[in-house]
Design a binder for this molecule. Sequence first.
Ligand SMILES: [Fe+2]
Length: 487
Amino acid sequence: MNAPFEHLAAPFGHDHGPMLTGPFAPVLQEEVLTDLPVMGKIPTDLNGVYLRNGPNPRFKPKGLYHPFDGDGMIHAAQFKNGQLTYRNKWVRTEGWLENEKQGKETHWGIHSTLKGRDDRPMADSANTDIIGHNGKAVATWYLAGKAHLIDPITLETTEAADYGAHGDGQGVSAHPKVDETTGEMMFFDYFDHAPFMAYGVVDKSGKVVHHVPIELPGNRLPHDMGMSENYSILHDLPVYHDEAALAAGRHKIRFNASMKARFGVIPRYGKSNEIKWFEFSPCFMYHVINCWEEGDEVVMTACRFMPVTDENGTIDEQATAKMIAHLGMNARLWRYRMNMKTGEGSEECLNPDLNCEFPSCNTSFAGRRSQYAYLVDHNPKTLHWMGIRKFNTDTGESMGSWTDGPKHCWYSEPWFAPADNPQSEDHGYVITFMWNDKSKEQELQVFDAQDISAGPLARVKIPHAIPVGFHACWMKPNQIENWNDVL
Ligand SMILES: [Fe+2]
């Protein structure tokens, strides 16, 4: 039996803002835990690894802390033949290794600096996203940096790939997309000078085989992209750095309601001038659920942020920018259709009532038509991910939800894990971490994806808190290069 270690509610004190205490408090140890107590039963036809990335500073921050700053830490739950192993490990970024050598934090955060300012270096924390590709897990950062390749079992960082970062580019943004049919990984990069964006493709062996500049009208804050069988969908949203603040080395986000949201559809190996732009109502957006093609149309389902409006329905630009800057979320399921032949686009809200984000789907269907999505229920007042929910994205209908307590339970991004030999799109399980801030208990929960509302099939007790984080993924045995070496 493993000895539990003490969880500190505020290991760095209270001087660095609220995002390092309580449910956000980092863990300061790396562990491998087996034989953990289980309530219920771990399904024997569930094999693979759930990986979740998130900020977890190793040392006390230099200034006011923001969650985008903290060193990326991967928490992993490996399921094999009904047994579970939990592991956690920091991503060995350049910044982390430098800090370790000096025994202190040597970088500044986004409250104190802009990326690239010489007198206040900022680290690529690799803390935002994670996805499986070419046998490895790929950890990426929201501001774009290196693609940190990680062994999905041991969580050791094996390489920091720059994926085409040359000349003006930074490397790769969070949210590359993997086509599981071909093994290719599509990615974008963005930066604060012309052309402002780049797009690339990595082949199934990890080699960059395509990289083109994408010209945007100005600096932008894109976060995600889409992928269908033949196209990639890039985002140009009316959200950007205020130019004067940028020149002065400060962060100030603008939302411009007179601009359109634009999505650019480019053939997978398209040249810069082959991109077709489609205009839609102004919005901000973090996450795409899935994209596919229907005849001449490219379809994108996503979580669209609702701009803040006054009593007349007029968009309040300042309040909307503030919501985005403060990580407030007011998102609705949305479907966009882009006709490649006529150039026409249409958009529709799929469910006006439910505020949900951090979506996942069955990634065997990524880029192909899918019907189901799994998201967190969001409470915009508390920034609180209070439960999980399944949607039918054809109809926008909720197909069930679960929470152990909407006021005090925090869920991580739920991810779909197929059963061995799946018979349908939703034949499998949904995996999430759940922190109960009332009982101070941490669980890993496993749901039947066809019946979320029945509650967890298995609750695995983990003897320390897993701080609130960002993105997760599921890697199947055939996506893991050393799966057969694992006990
Ligand atoms: Fe994200």
